[in-house]
Design a protein around this ligand. Structure first.
Ligand SMILES: NC(=O)c1ccc[n+]([C@@H]2O[C@H](COP(=O)([O-])OP(=O)(O)OC[C@H]3O[C@@H](n4cnc5c(N)ncnc54)[C@H](O)[C@@H]3O)[C@@H](O)[C@H]2O)c1
Length: 247
């Protein structure tokens, strides 16, 4: 790790979009903390990126004490936190009349409360440093998706959180933005029946699925010094689906 490396925490980066974000930030010269609830895959992902550029810390972001401990460990080791990417998220899909209260609570607890807990610790440290960038991973689904009342609400909450936090932290030279991915080619999408995949792709203005790397590029831009005057924004990486026009 170079002395001038930026220190980045990426939650939920043992796999999927988070892993692509961690890899991209590491290849841009950051030292990355892979913070994930899953230990085995998290360790493997840190090894894959390289132990001089990444390390794994086990953390369930929905647990206040684990989030506080994560920040304590990172600050003890590195003295600062320059970039926090709140990517960890879960789904528990059902139409509302079949959704249990537990499914609602689980999604809001991880996606919204977990992201808020991470933002609070990041704010304390970054205000002391007078610098930092926070990127929250929302979803195009915040605009509405049948079967996802819990998930849409949690992601809409993340956007409200992002905008309010940008106002609170702007005076301390800290930027807070969100990325809203659309249909991304992850194991989740690959698990859908072929005809469902085809239907979803046909509804995309680009007639394509995005790749985890497409999301990572947007996050890397928002984390970089090339975007000093952008805060409180939502950047869509969704093949144009959020435009909402008929296709
Ligand atoms: N895949 C898509 O098409 C898509 C679209 C829009 C938004 N998103 C969002 O992007 C993010 C990543 O999605 P993905 O498809 O890569 O998901 P994924 O399920 O492949 O990976 C999620 C990661 O988060 C970790 N995680 C889950 N709960 C956690 C917790 N409580 N604490 C810490 N880590 C936890 C998991 O262990 C896993 O490594 C999520 O926030 C998701 O809502 C995904």
């Amino acid at each position: 790790m170079a002395n001038n490396s930026k220190i980045a925490i990426v939650t939920g980066s043992a796999q999927g979009i988070g892993y692509a974000i961690a890899s991209k930030l590491a290849s841009n010269g950051c030292y990355v903390i892979i913070a994930d609830v899953t230990a085995e895959q998290g360790e493997a992902s840190a090894n894959q990126i390289g132990n001089d550029r990444a390390t794994f810390v086990q953390c369930d972001i929905s647990q206040e004490n684990e989030v506080q401990s994560l920040f304590r460990q990172v600050i003890a080791s590195h003295g600062r936190v320059d970039i926090v990417v709140n990517n960890a998220g879960i789904i528990r899909d059902h139409v509302i009349w079949k959704m249990t209260t537990e499914e609602f609570d689980a999604v809001v607890r991880v996606n919204l409360r977990g992201t808020w807990l991470m933002c609070r610790e990041a704010a304390v440290q970054m205000r002391a440093q007078k610098s930092g960038a926070i990127i929250n991973i929302a979803s195009r689904a915040w605009l509405g998706n049948p079967g996802q009342t819990n998930y849409s609400a949690s992601k809409a909450g993340i956007i409200g959180l992002t905008r309010s936090l940008a106002l609170e932290l702007g005076p301390s030279n800290i930027r807070v933005n969100a990325v809203a991915p659309g249909l991304i080619d992850t194991p989740l999408a690959q698990a859908l029946p072929a005809e469902v995949q085809a239907k979803l792709i046909a509804a995309q203005p680009t007639r394509s699925m995005g790749k985890p790397e497409d999301v990572a590029e947007a996050v890397a831009f928002l984390a970089s010094d090339h975007c000093q005057f952008m805060t409180g924004q939502v950047l869509y990486v969704d093949g144009g689906k959020s435009i909402g026009a008929g296709v």
